[in-house]
Design a protein around this ligand. Sequence first.
Ligand SMILES: *Cc1c(COP(=O)(O)O)cnc(C)c1O
Length: 356
Amino acid sequence: MNNQIEIQLSAKRKEKPSFSDLKFGKTYTDHMFIMDYSREKGWYDPRIVPYQPITLDPAATIFHYGQTIFEGLKAYKNENEEVFLFRPEENFKRLNRSSVRLCIPEVDEDLALEALVKLVSIDRDWVPDVKGTSLYIRPFTISTEPNLDVTPSQKYRFMIIMSPVGAFYKEGMNPVKIAVESEYVRAVRGGTGNAKTAGNYAAAMLVQEKASAAGYSQVLWLDGKENKYIEEVGSMNVFFKINGEVVTPELSGSILEGITRKSVIELLKHWGVPVSERRISMEEVYEAHQNGQLEEAFGTGTAAVISPIGELFWNGEIISINDNKTGELSLKIYNTLTGIQIGKEDDPFGWRVKVE
Ligand SMILES: *Cc1c(COP(=O)(O)O)cnc(C)c1O
């Protein structure tokens, strides 16, 4: 296989949006990465080309049976115009784990990373430098073979597209209200919950809409079997600080293994803060609240990094956490992680990858 990444630069650069007023996922950079797959050739023609629409046959299996997976990560620019990625190799490892679950061929992780770094480097003027902003990066694979037979596609396309995004917390960090969902589930053990695939998101939308209409910003998902154990919050992993110990649900097969989650656990261990990955039920959280031991709760994910939870609504009861204020530990984790990401803090774990 020819692994040489071909580069075709755009003749005309697009006008950039104002970096102080960015909407999520509305504008895309000048270039994108594409690589195709066929049974016979494997992955071939890795190339960086001008950002443009693609053409697919209406019978392409992606439209019918949803063989697709994606990733999400960010590039950050600091005052010295340095550009960094945060643990990008973890994204390609996870992309391949998701691929295996969806019968999609794995990509060469080194090649994918090389392509990503080149793409960000070419479009580095698109990495916004206003405080809190970043360049959101979306690698994804779709099945492209025209075939209505329910069988894995023989053709795929892997792409990376990028979009400048605004600060998640424009008016400071505000704890959010969360509805605990006791009817619908996001994923079940043995299903696709631990793969980053479109269907999980499609299945969550109705529930998310219902929660939004009732005034909650996200739902807290419980396990699909007993409807008891906590899994995730919206599309973030979730942490609780109870009586000095930080607890996050163990990876049960239905939980997506977040890179932010992993980083938070490693950071807490590094600090000597007790942290455990175990099953945790809503009852346990409720009891901790009743006993005054529920100290903090927060979601973790690339978009927000840390999203403090101020209130949980469960079984007709309101569980308010830390008087609806951001917890001390939540804030410390947020400041440290964002500091590492932007190159303001030391990087003792070697998480940053510099883009020249
Ligand atoms: C992407 C995702 C996360 C967060 O993962 P990060 O790598 O931390 O961004 C958590 N839960 C779900 C369901 C996700 O899709």
